[in-house]
Write a protein that binds this ligand. Structure first.
Ligand code: ADP
Ligand code: NI
Length: 223
């Protein structure tokens, strides 16, 4: 099968698999990450087929929605790619990307990242960008709503030093998520293009938060 046919087949598979997915993790998230990844890949020396398949399959079975089981996604991706007779080395690399892309895994400080590659870095940047800026804000509140969380509670302070387990079990208001994850992303970007794009989205989130607090406390003087 030609590379382009493999990509087409993967797009159909992902669309079908994510048909019922929650709004922040649906096909359109995958499409945006795929587009971001192709954009970033233009300025990096990478295997574009691996980047494309990694982006398309990175959230095929998010552990959050499979009782925390982190092996479902990689296993599903592997058997799908095998069915298309994708070369073994490409499959192995894509599976590594899916296993290592998550923000949660980067929270495990005492564990050295078991795998790294330029292709992983590109897909990771592309995924992180989609958690930032206007779309990142929309996804955070959508996810918070899905989990029935408060928008904000001035009495519940954010904790920017959450461990992996605390992060997973956190039931904190969605505004806290900005300080626990979203505002930390710009300093985690791997590629130069990723860093540049992250800067603008980061600033947009800061402006958003300023406006949010202003509306929450209309009587407070402007700083
Ligand atoms: P990753 O794919 O890196 O593991 P997540 O799956 O945790 O990242 O996050 C995916 C999307 O869901 C992001 O847009 C993220 O901001 C949002 N999200 C995850 N956890 C929360 C939370 N506790 N509150 C609000 N949004 C969240
Ligand atoms: Ni994702």
């Amino acid at each position: 099968m030609k590379d382009a046919e493999i990509i087409e087949g993967t797009i159909s598979f992902v669309k079908e698999t994510l048909r019922e997915a929650e709004g922040g993790h649906d096909w359109f998230h995958i499409q945006r990450v795929f587009n971001n990844a192709l954009h970033i890949a233009k300025t990096e020396k990478v295997d574009v087929q691996v980047v494309s398949l990694g982006a398309l399959l990175h959230d095929i079975a998010d552990a959050k929605f499979h009782n925390g089981d982190e092996s479902v996604g990689p296993t599903l991706a592997k058997s799908f790619l095998q069915s298309l007779k994708v070369p073994k080395s490409t499959i192995a690399h894509v599976v590594q990307i899916i296993q290592n892309i998550s923000f949660k895994n980067s929270l495990t400080k005492d564990k050295v990242q078991p795998f790294n590659s330029k292709e992983l870095q590109v897909v990771q940047d592309a995924d992180r960008l989609d958690a930032m800026g206007a779309i990142g804000i929309a996804r955070a509140f959508n996810y918070g709503g899905f989990k029935n969380r408060k928008l904000y509670d001035p009495k519940i302070a954010p904790n920017p030093h959450l461990t992996k387990t605390q992060y997973k079990n956190s039931n904190a208001p969605t505004i806290n998520h900005f300080y626990e994850k979203l505002l930390l992303l710009k300093d985690k970007m791997n590629t130069n293009t990723g860093k540049r794009l992250a800067q603008e989205r980061h600033q947009f989130m800061l402006n958003y938060l300023e406006q949010f607090y202003r509306e929450w406390n209309p009587m407070e003087p402007r700083s």
